[in-house]
Design a protein around this ligand. Sequence first.
Ligand SMILES: [Zn+2]
Length: 240
Amino acid sequence: MLVGSALGMAGAAFSMLRPEVSKASGTMEKHLLESLQVCTPKDALTRLREGNARFTKAWTAASATGTPEQRMHQLNTIWEQNCQIDPIALAKGQKPFAAILSCADSRVDPGWLFACGSGELFQVRSAGNTAFDEAIASLEYAVAVLGTPLVVTMGHSACGAVKAAIASEPLTPLLEGLVKPIRANLKSGDSLTQAIEGNARYSAAQLTARSAVLKDAVAAGKLTIRSASFDIGSGVVTWL
Ligand SMILES: [Zn+2]
């Protein structure tokens, strides 16, 4: 049902394109898709890899420079290839090429570390990047309605939520609920890194285990799901 209505919504979005672009809906659709940089699943993963490589290069260079001005110059190079973004097209619709389930940590901004601009990544974030119902529902929307071909669940180094799950210190009732699924997936003797990577893999597995929409999209070859881990110090995203 969701997928059926998704097609209707996509059609409505395409019908709202700027009138001067085209007379035929096919041409309008083509223009919007081109403006919004649509990719196939394989291209989407390549784009994330390339974006992270650009980010890592700038991140490393900024780490090696001494002044705030030099760091700013290095970090600004992350955005040099994002000038193709069309604000008018974005006002009419979105076609994010990937969806990222990541932690709320302030150092783990997917747009930043994959060198992506507005309209390129559909982002779902909460501490610990857990696949809660709301997160899965959001990803169903990205896949079924927006046609996003790639979903990435991403953990990161020094994750406070995973540290809290490993520790036995008392938490508020709501925070206990937050770390519960992370804690349930911990294996005896896990290091923090192992726990972080295991948690990202577990979140990815939960998507198809609990969502028929996402499971069917994978089975139909329309969706790829990957897990990853981001290292804050080096800037590198490792694909698990
Ligand atoms: Zn975190």
